[in-house]
Write a protein that binds this ligand. Structure first.
Ligand SMILES: [Zn+2]
Length: 417
C-alpha cells in the first residue's frame, strides 16, 4: 500500500460540477457569498463528503467544515481550505480550488489505510471576496476574532439585505448541520490557491511555497492652495497646489518608490481643482497605495511618506486621510519547508514566492502555523471569467497538499514522552 494518492479526474470533475453553481454565459462564475448559488455549491461538497463518511458542520459565521476524524480526540485538528464565493465575473478556480483540493485530499486519506491521529478538516470560509458584503474575509476574521459577529451581521449588500439575514437564511436551508463553536484551537492551517499572478508560469514552476502576504497601506492626500490668474499672479506669490504635488510626487517616487525592489508604490488617482488651463490650481487630491512584505519597512516608509508630504507642501496646506492599514504576515517556515519537501519527493518543480493578493490564511497565521500552496494560472489572470488552471497543475497542487497534510496528521510525536 503506497501513499494516499489524489484522484486527479475526480478533482477535475468536482471543479467542473462546482463551476455550474453560478455559471455565467462566458464560462465564468458568479457565486456570491451566502447566495442560492453558494448554497448549491455547499450541497455538492457536503454530499461528496458524506458519501466518504466525513461529517459536515457549520458555525455562527457561516463557515462550512467537513471533518475526517482522527484517532486521538485530544490532538488538535489540522485545517485546510479556502472559499466558495466568487467575484461577479469570477473564474472557476479562485477559492473553489482550495476547497475542492482540500476535500479531495480528505477523500484520498479516507480511502487509504492511513488513519490520521488528529481530525483533518476541510473548510469553506464565508465571504472571502467581499463583493456582495464588504469587507471580504469575514468568515476567517470572525473565526480569528478579528471582527465581531455584531460588526459582520450589520453589513448590508446593495439590495439592503444584511449579513444577519443572509446567515439566518443559510442556517435555515442547512438546519440539519451541527453547529461548531466559532473559532477553535488548531495544529496547523494550509490553503491551496491559484497564484493570481504570473510568477510560477514565467518561471515554469508548478508549486509555489508562499512566504507571506504583503502588507498594504493606502491614503488620500489633499493639498490646498489658492486660485489665481495664470497671467497676472507672480510666481513668487502663488499657492499652487499642483506645484506642491509635483514636488511631493518627485520625492516620493525617488525616496519611497526607490527604497528597495520589494516596495510597491503607486499614485493611482489625481484630481486637480478647478482643473482649468488658465487658473493656478487651488486643490489637488491624490491617492497613495504602498505595499511591502516587511512590516517594519512598511511602517518606516509610511512615516517617511507622510513626512515628505508635510515638508514639501508650503506655501500650501496638507490633509492626510489614512484608509487601509493591513500589515504583512509571514507564513510558517517549517510548513513551507514541508511543502517544498513534498513537491521535491514528487519531482514537481517549485519555488518560494510572495502573495501580492490577500487570502483567508492571513487571519489563520497568528492562530497556528499556517502556509499556502500556489499553483499557476494561465497568464496570471484571475477575477475574470477566462481564469484557467491546467488539470495537471490542479492535481499536482492537491497531491502536495495531501502529502503535507499526511506529515501533519500522522505525526504521533506530539504529546508523547
Ligand atoms: Zn481567493
Amino acid at each position: 500500500m503506497g501513499m494516499p494518492r489524489i484522484d486527479g479526474d475526480r478533482l477535475w470533475a468536482s471543479l467542473l460540477a462546482l463551476a455550474e453553481c453560478g455559471a455565467t454565459a462566458k464560462g465564468g462564475v458568479n457565486r456570491q457569498a451566502l447566495s442560492a448559488e453558494e448554497h448549491a455549491a455547499w450541497r455538492l461538497v457536503i454530499g461528496w463528503a458524506r458519501d466518504a463518511g466525513l461529517t459536515a458542520s457549520t458555525d455562527a459565521a457561516g463557515n462550512l467544515f467537513l471533518t475526517l476524524p482522527g484517532s486521538d480526540p485530544q490532538a488538535l485538528p489540522v485545517l485546510t481550505g479556502s472559499h466558495l464565493d466568487s467575484q461577479p465575473t469570477g473564474g472557476r478556480f479562485d477559492g473553489v480550488y482550495g476547497v475542492a483540493a482540500a476535500l479531495e485530499a480528505l477523500l484520498a486519506l479516507a480511502e487509504s489505510d492511513v488513519r490520521p491521529v488528529c481530525d483533518v478538516i476541510a473548510v469553506a470560509w464565508m465571504n472571502e471576496e467581499g463583493s456582495r458584503f464588504a469587507p471580504g474575509m469575514m468568515g476567517s476574521q470572525a473565526f480569528a476574532g478579528v471582527m465581531s459577529m455584531a460588526e459582520i451581521e450589520a453589513v448590508r449588500d446593495a439590495q439592503g439585505i444584511s449579513v444577519a439575514e443572509a446567515l439566518a437564511e443559510q442556517m435555515a436551508v442547512f438546519a440539519e448541520l451541527p453547529r461548531r463553536s466559532l473559532g477553535f484551537p488548531l495544529a496547523a492551517y494550509l490553503e491551496a490557491h491559484i497564484e493570481q499572478g504570473p510568477v510560477l508560469e514565467a518561471r515554469e514552476k508548478v508549486i509555489g511555497m508562499v512566504t507571506g502576504i504583503q502588507g498594504k497601506k493606502t491614503w488620500e492626500i489633499t493639498l490646498s492652495g489658492m486660485e489665481g490668474h495664470a497671467g497676472t499672479l507672480a510666481m513668487a506669490d502663488r499657492e499652487d497646489a499642483l506645484a506642491a504635488f509635483s514636488r511631493i510626487a518627485q520625492r516620493l517616487y525617488e525616496e519611497i518608490g526607490g527604497h528597495d525592489t520589494m516596495v510597491k508604490f503607486t499614485i493611482g488617482r489625481l484630481r486637480v481643482e478647478p482643473n482649468a488651463p488658465s487658473v493656478v490650481p487651488a486643490k489637488v487630491v491624490f491617492s497613495i497605495d504602498l505595499r511591502h512584505p516587511d512590516n517594519p519597512v512598511l511602517e518606516h516608509l509610511g512615516q517617511r511618506l507622510l513626512a515628505i508630504c508635510t515638508e514639501q507642501t508650503a506655501p500650501c496646506r496638507v490633509a492626510v486621510k489614512a484608509l487601509v492599514d493591513a500589515p504583512s504576515n509571514l507564513f510558517d517556515a517549517d510548513l513551507q519547508a514541508q511543502i517544498e519537501a513534498s513537491a521535491k519527493r514528487r519531482e514537481i518543480p517549485s519555488l518560494h514566492l510572495l502573495s501580492a493578493a490577500g487570502h483567508d490564511a492571513r487571519y489563520m497565521a497568528p492562530l497556528c502555523p499556517s502556509a499556502m500552496i500556489f499553483i499557476p494560472c494561465k497568464g496570471g489572470v484571475s477575477h475574470a471569467e477566462h481564469e484557467w488552471a491546467e488539470p495537471t497543475h490542479v492535481t499536482a497542487g492537491a497531491q502536495v497538499l495531501l502529502d503535507t497534510l499526511l506529515t501533519l496528521c500522522t505525526d504521533t510525536s506530539r504529546g508523547e514522552p
